[in-house]
Design a protein around this ligand. Sequence first.
Ligand SMILES: Cc1cc2nc3c(=O)[nH]c(=O)nc-3n(C[C@H](O)[C@H](O)[C@H](O)COP(=O)(O)OP(=O)(O)OC[C@H]3O[C@@H](n4cnc5c(N)ncnc54)[C@H](O)[C@@H]3O)c2cc1C
Length: 153
Amino acid sequence: MPSVLQRPATTFDLFDPLGILRAASAINQYRIHSGYHYPRSPETIRETLEARAEFLNTFAPAIVRNSRHYYAIPHEGSQTPPALFEKVMAEFHLSVKPCRPEWMNFGFIDKCYEVDEQIYDPDILRELLSARIQALNIPFDQRAFTPDMRSGI
Ligand SMILES: Cc1cc2nc3c(=O)[nH]c(=O)nc-3n(C[C@H](O)[C@H](O)[C@H](O)COP(=O)(O)OP(=O)(O)OC[C@H]3O[C@@H](n4cnc5c(N)ncnc54)[C@H](O)[C@@H]3O)c2cc1C
């Protein structure tokens, strides 16, 4: 009789030795991208906007609603100067409000914009994800998945 640890993986098992949402996704900048970050790739902006709509809808309780977000372009070295950035954002109806925060060094920064972007709370997101996984009866094993656990597909 195989032990639990020897049980072959089914299609629906989840594995992660760290637990749910404990790696990069919980220690990054928590930004829910709106597209501002990708002015040089219209395709990425389109994909981002689609994913964003679904994410905001699905994980609404995890969205932080009171953060402020800025994008700043330096005088030198940017591949997306302000006029181009504004043009691309306008094409995607992404709001950019020029602003001049007093703490920003405008000796270095050419133009700064306040934008419509949010962050997520990783702890709340983890709770929501864990609850979904449980509700769907998906087994979660807090261990690494190894090649020998493949079910011979
Ligand atoms: C500095 C920085 C800032 C970022 N900021 C943002 C941001 O603001 N917004 C944004 O959207 N993206 C951001 N990103 C990118 C984002 O963090 C990653 O795209 C995202 O976290 C990737 O998610 P993931 O689940 O694929 O990987 P991870 O979150 O890294 O998770 C991978 C998981 O796989 C597990 N694992 C590995 N091997 C096995 C195995 N054999 N069996 C079982 N489990 C295994 C690991 O334990 C880990 O938990 C940032 C990235 C960096 C580096």
